[in-house]
Design a protein around this ligand. Structure first.
Ligand code: S2G
Ligand code: ZN
Length: 497
C-alpha cells in the first residue's frame, strides 16, 4: 500500500506528507494527468533526443510542470529535453502528427502561468540548449541558445567589456528564451527598454515544424513584416525560440544607487520629475514601508537609514563625470526642501550599491512565501500621479483586511500591487476574493488606457482581463495569426487567449 498520504495544500497542490513509495509514481501521474504518455510516442521521443532525456518520473513532472504561480497543479504527460534546434523541430512535427500539446519551458520563473502544464501536455524544456554560439565585438552582438541562464549571458557580456541591460530579480534562474517569449522588462526599462529592444535575430521552430531564421542579426532590414517582433512576447504560442542574437550595450560608467525616504505616494512622481530632468537614470524604482518590513524580516539586510518612511524611491544613475554626484546631492536638498523627501542614502561603492538594490530586488521572492495575489499594471508615466491616487483608494477600500504591498518600476509607469494571503484563508477563497477586485482594478486601468499586464504577460492568470487592454478585433487578429503559425494549436494551448 502507498506510504504517502496526500493533503491538498495551499496552492491546491497535493503535498507529499511522506516519501513516495516505489509503486506510487504511476498512481501520482494517473491522479494528476488525464493519461500517461503513450509508449509509442515515448519511444519516438527517445529516438529523437536519447533515452535519458525523456522524463516521466513524478518529481520531474512536478518540477517542470509549473512556473512561480501557486494556483495550478502540475500535470504534464512527460518532459523532453532536446539538445539542438533540429531535435526541437522533430519533436514539434511528432507532436503535430499525434495532436499532442507542447508547453515550451525555460527557467519557469514566470508569474502568470505561461509555463504551467496542467492538462497532460508535453513539456519541451530548453535547459540543454544553453551555449553561447558566437560573439562579435564589431557588431556588439552575441548569439546564444535559448536555454542559457540570463545571468550567465550578462556575465559573458561583462567579460567582453559590454553589458546586456535587461535585468530583474529572477535573472539567476530565468532563461533568455523565456525572457524573449515574455518580452521581460525589469529594473532598467526606464533607460534601456524591454527585451524586445535587444533582440537582433531569432531562430525559432513554428507550430508547423518550420525553422525560421528571423532578421539574422541585422540592425537595418526593411523587407516586409518583422516576424521577430511577433515571436517576442508570444508566450510560446507561435513558435519555440531555439537561438537568439542579442545586441549589447556599453556598460554604464560607475553607477551609483540613491535610496530616498518619500513622504507619500504622489511625492514619488515629483522626485522622479526632479531627477529625470537632470540625470541619466538607469533605474527609478519604488517600494512601500511594508515591503521593506517584509524584506528586513526575511533577509540579512539593514534599513537604508535610521527613520522609516511611508515609501522609498531607489534610483540608479551613471556617474559620467565627478560632478554628477554633486548634482544628485543638490537635488536631494531640493526634494527635502519641497517636503517630498524625508531622508536618503547614496552608495559609496558597488557592494553598498548591491545591498541597496537587494532591498528592492528581494521583495518578489520574500512575498512569495505569502502566496500573494499579484497585479502587474502600467499607465503612461504622465498619468501616474492621478492613477496612483485612484488605484490606492480602490485598494484600501476593497482590501481593508488584507496586507497590500506596493512596489515596482514606477519610472516607466509600472506598479506591482501584491495582496498577501492571510494564513487563515485558503488559496481558493483568497484567490476568489481578490479576483472580484481585480475586475475593478482592470476597469480602472482601462479608464487610464493602461495595461493589465505590464511585464509578466497574460499566461493563464491574466486571461480574464486581456480584453480590458486589447480590443476584440486585436484578439481576433492574434488568434488568426496563431492559426497561421500553429495551425494544429499544439503550442501552449490555453495560454494568452
Ligand atoms: C519585480 C518580479 C520580478 C522577478 O520584482 O519587479 O516583476 O523577476 C517583479 O521576480
Ligand atoms: Zn517587475
Amino acid at each position: 500500500m502507498p506510504s504517502a498520504a496526500y493533503t491538498s495544500g495551499g496552492a491546491g497542490h497535493p503535498h507529499k506528507t511522506h516519501q513516495i513509495s516505489k509503486q506510487l509514481p504511476e498512481l501520482l501521474i494517473q491522479l494528476q494527468s488525464p493519461k500517461p504518455m503513450d509508449s509509442k510516442i515515448l519511444q519516438q521521443l527517445q529516438a529523437i533526443v536519447g533515452e535519458g532525456r525523456v522524463l516521466t518520473d513524478a518529481d520531474s513532472l512536478q518540477n517542470y510542470g509549473l512556473d512561480r504561480t501557486t494556483v495550478w497543479s502540475a500535470a504534464p504527460c512527460a518532459v523532453v529535453l532536446p539538445g539542438k534546434t533540429e531535435e526541437v523541430q522533430a519533436i514539434v512535427r511528432l507532436a503535430g502528427r499525434e495532436n499532442l500539446a507542447i508547453v515550451p519551458s525555460g527557467g519557469r520563473t514566470g508569474l502568470s502561468g505561461g509555463a504551467v502544464a496542467k492538462s497532460g501536455e508535453l513539456v519541451l524544456a530548453l535547459d540543454r540548449m544553453n551555449k553561447v554560439i558566437d560573439f562579435n565585438a564589431v557588431d556588439r552582438s552575441l548569439t546564444c541558445e535559448a536555454g542559457i541562464i540570463t545571468q550567465q549571458l550578462q556575465e559573458y557580456a561583462e567579460e567582453q567589456g559590454l553589458f546586456y541591460p535587461v535585468d530583474f530579480a529572477s535573472a539567476g534562474s530565468s532563461q533568455i528564451g523565456g525572457n524573449i517569449a515574455t518580452n521581460a522588462g525589469g529594473i532598467n526599462v526606464i533607460r534601456y527598454g524591454m527585451t524586445r529592444e535587444w533582440v537582433l535575430g531569432l531562430k525559432v521552430v513554428t507550430g508547423n515544424g518550420e525553422i525560421l531564421e528571423l532578421n539574422r542579426g541585422l540592425i537595418k532590414n526593411n523587407t516586409g513584416y518583422d516576424f521577430r517582433h511577433l515571436l517576442i512576447g508570444s508566450e510560446g504560442t507561435l513558435g519555440i525560440i531555439c537561438e537568439a542574437t542579442l545586441r549589447l550595450a556599453p556598460p554604464p560608467k560607475d553607477p551609483a544607487v540613491l535610496v530616498l525616504g518619500v513622504s507619500d505616494f504622489p511625492a514619488i512622481m515629483d522626485v522622479l520629475k526632479t531627477y529625470s530632468g537632470a540625470l541619466t537614470l538607469n533605474a527609478f524604482e519604488f517600494f512601500s514601508d511594508l515591503a521593506l518590513e517584509k524584506v528586513l524580516a526575511h533577509q540579512p539586510l539593514t534599513a537604508p537609514f535610521e527613520q522609516r518612511t511611508p515609501y522609498y524611491a531607489l534610483l540608479e544613475f551613471e556617474q559620467t563625470t565627478p560632478e554628477v554626484l554633486d548634482t544628485a546631492m543638490a537635488l536631494f536638498e531640493d526634494c527635502v526642501e519641497a517636503g517630498w523627501v524625508l531622508d536618503g542614502v547614496v552608495s559609496q561603492n558597488q557592494t553598498q550599491a548591491k545591498n541597496l538594490w537587494r532591498l528592492r530586488e528581494d521583495i518578489s521572492e520574500t512575498l512569495s512565501f505569502s502566496k500573494p495575489y499579484k497585479n502587474d499594471i502600467s499607465v503612461q508615466v504622465s498619468q501616474m500621479p492621478d492613477f496612483i491616487r485612484a488605484v490606492d483608494d480602490l485598494a484600501s477600500q476593497r482590501y481593508p483586511d488584507f496586507e497590500v504591498v506596493w512596489y515596482g518600476h514606477i519610472g516607466d509607469g509600472n506598479l506591482h500591487l501584491n495582496i498577501l494571503k492571510p494564513d487563515e484563508l485558503s488559496i481558493e477563497d483568497f484567490t476568489q476574493e481578490c479576483s472580484s477586485v481585480s475586475t475593478e482594478v482592470a476597469e480602472l486601468v482601462q479608464s487610464f488606457n493602461g495595461s493589465v499586464s505590464a511585464e509578466h504577460g497574460i499566461g493563464l492568470l491574466k486571461k480574464p482581463y486581456l480584453s480590458y487592454t486589447r480590443s476584440e478585433t486585436e484578439i481576433a487578429l492574434m488568434q488568426q495569426i496563431k492559426s497561421l503559425f500553429d495551425p494544429k494549436g499544439i503550442l501552449n494551448p490555453g495560454k494568452l487567449f
